[in-house]
Design a protein around this ligand. Sequence first.
Ligand SMILES: CC(C)(COP(=O)(O)OP(=O)(O)OC[C@H]1O[C@@H](n2cnc3c(N)ncnc32)[C@H](O)[C@@H]1OP(=O)(O)O)[C@@H](O)C(=O)NCCC(=O)NCCS
Length: 170
Amino acid sequence: MTATPRPQIRPYAAADRAACLAIFRSNLPRYFDPSELPEFEDFLERPSGDYVVVEQDGLVVACGGCYLREGVGRLSWGMVSQQHHRASLGTALLVWRINHLFQHTETPEITIDTSQHTAGFFARHGFRTTLQVADGFGPGIDRVAMSLRREDWLARAQPSPRGATASPGA
Ligand SMILES: CC(C)(COP(=O)(O)OP(=O)(O)OC[C@H]1O[C@@H](n2cnc3c(N)ncnc32)[C@H](O)[C@@H]1OP(=O)(O)O)[C@@H](O)C(=O)NCCC(=O)NCCS
């Protein structure tokens, strides 16, 4: 029996574009609305802040980013390939981004716009819902605005990303 390879987190490169678009498409139509694809394509041309990919066994299986907007931390376009859901990759990616923002900036909070399908995932890490707009992203996909306060994150026992490692520079 071979062990599952440890996921590596490294900075996004232009060569990862096709893999990231495939990850987006794998999450249609439950998690993303098709109308969001052009926005993601534009974003990948020039990602804001730090955008990283998670590589496992030589394959890019997840991607996501973080940046500061008006002094507040933001998470952007985080996603795991649908066939790799529930394998702790989303947690590894989220914990990396939260730690990156809170360690490298003074932001008092991190905010995200997500959907009702994943709000529970973020709530597990201390995010609280601040606004919910029915069908905000498209039919059947609400926009759920959530926020994680620095003190709430620091007060929590840090969740373990179960073996993910970060490459230098990620
Ligand atoms: C949300 C997402 C990133 C989670 O990634 P994942 O790799 O499947 O999550 P993990 O395996 O790390 O899950 C960790 C825990 O959260 C739970 N969890 C995972 N997805 C969840 C969800 N959608 N709602 C509630 N809990 C969830 C898991 O059951 C797991 O619990 P366990 O440790 O007790 O088994 C993934 O579902 C995804 O990419 N969705 C599509 C893109 C998207 O909607 N992104 C949101 C930001 S735009």
